[in-house]
Write a protein that binds this ligand. Structure first.
Ligand code: SF4
Length: 279
């Protein structure tokens, strides 16, 4: 029997981009020399991490003094965050940096929310995910199709009831949403509500991808190389696959859109620095 996998959104997107990359990276743990991020991206990444820590500190009930934040950019982000997003927060149980792991077949789906607020409105439970990012927001359609949106909403739909306890009223899928806050457009947080219809389709697609991963595990040997060679341009495994002819990857494809990364995500980015910017 194949091993049980812990599947994050990064792993799903990696599998969809190239099965061979998934095998090399997550099953064979193949190392490659880590190319440095561009200086601007490195600095922005650091600020993103610091911002996450500020937000976590705030939601843990510890004071955050804007005047004590030395970096101008970071201070500006924090002031905008405090002005535009904090007043919009619903009342409820505040769960910063919450990790959720739920089963899917023999495998596990795994995600960490920047912030989850759960509570009740008019006697009905609700669950709102919040996520912080730098850069410009994509359009709503792009965001709806993003695997972070799809996976996080689906995980909450499948496993969120455990946060209340089975004896409470069921969490209706229409009471689940994810809100993205972009530092570059702080006054326009983007909220995407979930629906039962969407979940039926979304969960079926996630399950189908997991089934494909498992089928590939069972097939063993060398997982197929992608036919989309543009993927190889941003992959550090070119030499292992004999795909050097696709050309050198750009070290920075972010153009100021580096996400405000949580630790787990930072590790992913640093582990695969030649991949495109995370959404
Ligand atoms: S170089 Fe291309 S084929 Fe090889 S792992 Fe990377 S994306 Fe896949």
């Amino acid at each position: 029997m194949s091993e049980t996998l812990l599947l994050s959104r990064y792993k799903l997107t990696t599998f969809l981009a190239c099965r061979r990359r998934f095998q090399l990276r997550y099953l064979a743990a193949a190392a490659w020399p880590a190319a440095p991020l561009a200086v601007a991206d490195e600095a922005r990444l650091g600020l993103g991490q610091q911002f996450h820590q500020l937000a976590q500190r705030h939601f843990l009930g510890l004071p955050v003094q804007a005047t004590a934040i030395d970096d101008r950019t970071l201070r500006g982000w924090w002031l905008a965050f405090a002005r535009f997003i904090l007043p919009e927060m619903p009342h409820g149980r505040i769960l910063p940096e919450l990790t959720l792991t739920i089963p899917i077949g023999r495998h596990l789906l795994h995600g960490r929310f920047d912030l989850l607020i759960i509570g009740e409105q008019n006697g009905a439970p609700f669950a709102r995910i919040f996520d912080w990012k730098t850069g410009r927001p994509p359009d709503e359609t792009t965001l709806r199709h993003d695997w972070q949106t799809r996976l996080y909403l689906a995980m909450l739909a499948e496993g969120g009831q455990a946060l209340w306890g089975e004896e409470r009223s069921p969490l209706q899928l229409e009471q689940i949403s994810i809100t993205y806050w972009y530092a570059a457009a702080p006054e326009k947080p983007l909220t995407i509500p979930y629906t039962a219809t969407w979940h039926t389709q979304n969960w079926a697609e996630i399950a189908a991808i997991v089934a494909q991963i498992e089928a590939q595990q069972m097939a063993g040997s060398i997982w197929p190389l992608t036919e989309d060679r543009t993927q190889c341009r941003v992959c550090a495994y070119q030499a292992l696959c004999g795909r050097q002819e696709v050309g050198a990857p750009a070290l920075s494809a972010t153009e100021g859109a580096v996400p405000l990364l949580a630790d787990e995500e930072t590790e992913d980015l640093r582990a695969l620095p030649l991949e495109p910017a995370l959404p």
